[in-house]
Design a protein around this ligand. Structure first.
Ligand code: CP
Length: 326
């Protein structure tokens, strides 16, 4: 693995290897495995967990992290090729990225979807420019298409609760939100769960489809792992007997779909039809009493804090695997 920007960089086998190592390292911390290494972290968008968990992983591993917030003490960056740079953007990724690669051993990047649609998300132009020009390993801290470290942390959390992931029924449900959020998190949960052999049920209102390319990749992983992927409209059907309810908001496919938000907020009653030990997951940040009721978030089924902790554990493994190329 030269970079980790998409679940495809690991594939189903690699996902399981990372989870195995994360479990082992949670029990026995690895010491200063990143001594002398520098991680450059480039943020085009804000963060709480991602920034802190990567910085913590570098510091606990004996290395260092340099954080750059684009447009906040750092030049605003152009990513489009062939444009006349006569606007507000000062520097092109074609110069900025290789320069950063000369100072650091890895580059981690957060560049959300710009809302340009499913094809633009698929092209993932900013993270792919980093892959092309960095000269050092690149890690996604969430790009237009995926948030792969989140997907790994989610599956580690599920595995800690249920052990064997093979054919484990897990439900990814659309959640209400006041903003049209990107699809990177639901894409990554779907791909990570399919790569782990789960029985993944995705449920969302009409007009909120995930990208065909992501669904195709998830089906391919399910075929390889003996898992299953279903896309449903009915929440009760998707939740029946399931062991995980993963709620996430994302925007409408064509920008126009309307939905009754109160029909989709996760409540305690959603768990009536699920497995008796079912857990609730969310990547955070979460909007209380909009995406999910506070009684679910504050109740015993919620594992959202564990998921956030697990970001640290899986990222430590990813950094270690990439350091060979650093
Ligand atoms: N889940 C996640 O990526 O959180 P942040 O946006 O706070 O980094």
């Amino acid at each position: 693995m030269k970079h980790f920007t998409h679940i495809a960089d690991l594939g189903p086998e690699g996902v399981q290897e990372v989870l195995d190592q994360a479990v082992a390292w949670k029990a026995n911390a690895p010491g200063h495995h990143l001594a002398g290494r520098i991680l450059g972290m480039v943020f085009f968008n804000p963060s709480l967990r991602t920034r802190t968990s990567f910085e913590a992983a570098m510091i606990r591993g004996g290395g260092n992290a340099i954080v750059l917030e684009v447009g906040n003490g750092v030049w605003r960056l152009e990513s489009r090729d062939g444009v006349v740079m006569d606007g507000d953007l000062t520097e092109h990724l074609r110069e900025a990225v290789p320069v950063l690669g000369r100072y650091t051993d890895f580059l981690a990047v957060r560049a959300f979807s710009d809302g340009g649609g499913l094809d633009a998300d698929d092209a993932d132009s900013v993270i792919n420019a980093f892959r092309r020009f960095a000269g050092v390993p690149v890690i996604s801290m969430e790009s237009a298409r995926e948030h792969p470290c989140q997907g790994l942390a989610d599956m580690l959390t599920v595995r800690e609760n249920f052990g064997d992931l093979q054919n484990l029924p897990v439900t990814l449900t659309w959640a209400p939100h006041i903003k049209r959020l990107p699809r990177a998190v639901p894409n990554s949960f779907l791909l990570s769960a399919a790569a782990s052999g789960c029985d993944v049920r995705v449920v969302h209102p009409e007009g909120f489809d995930l990208a065909p390319s992501v669904l195709e990749q998830a089906h391919e992983y399910a075929r390889a792992t003996g898992g299953k992927v279903s896309v449903l409209r009915d929440r009760a059907e998707a939740a029946a007997g399931s062991k995980v309810l993963y709620a996430k908001a994302w925007g409408p496919t064509d920008g126009t779909a309307e939905v009754r938000l109160e029909d989709w907020m996760t409540r305690d009653s959603d768990f009536d039809m699920m497995h008796r030990d079912a857990i609730f997951c969310h990547c955070l940040p979460v909007r209380r009493n909009l995406e999910v009721s506070e009684t679910v978030l504050d109740g015993p089924r919620s594992h959202v804090i564990d998921e956030a902790e697990n970001r640290f554990h899986v990222q430590r493994v990813i950094l270690d695997r990439l350091k060979g190329g650093a």
